[in-house]
Design a protein around this ligand. Sequence first.
Ligand code: AMP
Ligand code: ZN
Length: 454
Amino acid sequence: MRLFDTLTREVVLLKPVDGKVFRFYCCGPTVYGPAHIGNFRTFVIQDVMRRVLELGGMKTKHVRNITDVDDKTIRDSVGVGMKLADFTAQWRERFHADCEALNCLKPHIEPSAVEHIPEQVAMIEELLEKGHAYASEDGSVYFKITSFSEYGKLSRLDKRELDLGKTQNERANSDEYEKDNIADFVLWKCRRDEDGDNYWDSPWGEGRPGWHLECSAMILKYLGRTFDLHSGGEDLVFPHHENELAQSKCSCGGEFARHWFHSTHLLVNGKKMSKSSGTLYTLSDLANEGWTSMEVRYVLIGANYRKQLNFTMESLHAAREALGRLAKAAKDHAVPGYRELSKGGGLGVFAGAFKRLNEDLNTAAALGELFANLKNARSLEDWRGFFTVLTSLGLTLPEPKGIEVPEKIAKLAECRWEARQNKDWAASDRYRDQLAENGWMVKDGREGYEVLPL
Ligand code: AMP
Ligand code: ZN
């Protein structure tokens, strides 16, 4: 599989650096509320990447963390008067339920930040020892960005922005900030009143780790100093991933991530999602309006991950229609026994669709090929190919709906059948015309008849 690498800005061939298992890390959810469909655009495309790799015969190791201690989780747990652990546990559960509904594979390892405080402290000690960090008067510790000559390479900070950051000689204490606020970033935050009882011991006094540190520490523990790919939404390139890279390379050496995979943010009704404009949809918001998770998933993979994707109600309608068409085609034409994966085997007329996925995860083109070739599918190999492409997209098909015949139409059809039994051809023709006027027809068989829309 080939994928666009944010670091080199080139499409690269993915292969495991150890020659065995493709090891990748995804920044997971911050569990302070339900994840929204934008978050799921990113988690779903990561899931498709893993599925395509595995169906292509590669072994994977997928690590995705849970951010359960940061500015937001602490602020909101204190706000509602809950213990941080209880507060985050409920949102973690909700996240798992949503992932399952969306048919996302579980990561092989899902470490939590709170459970890795000692690893984070150890990394800070390493950075201090090597001269990449310094403690401030209040007991906080900062990363010194001038100590790392490659700082800014991933997010392509230009010289002006970097110079500004260096000359400002400021420190960023909050977890998130913009490029025009480049500064030494915080590794350890000293204890403050607003943190409530959320603090841990460290050589620098009580406090808690800065947000960027958790991923670096957990990556070192579960994937080592050099691993294959790191991923998240485009907002994470700066500062989060830039800072992870700096911390990791400076503390333990190694290459860190060989490739970087970032997805473009989802828009809703053409705009950035926001709570105030009512466009911050969760899965359950959409379920309340009658949409299935599979329909949501279909919309989320409807555009290539590097292109803008605009979520609208029309796109949900189109997804429902498309899934219905796939389900009907499978029901009417698929060769029995087709629900088996063609791992490494032939994909028949759907080989092209799978190829599109292997070319920078072009989900939109793969869906296009899937529909274009439905009419050509005949053999068991073709239909296994169909099932394999669906599985790599993580799509499951709804049961095709039976046709609902209105009572009046059913009655007309029944009268027509009786007239035919009585060999009253004139009456039979009259009923047939009446049915046609209402948009229906009857298909006769030996034992009975079937009523179908015209
Ligand atoms: P968070 O829970 O805020 O840490 O975000 C979880 C993941 O969702 C990260 O990879 C973010 O980059 C990603 N993300 C956040 N907003 C969006 C969006 N509108 N579209 C796509 N991905 C997003
Ligand atoms: Zn991260």
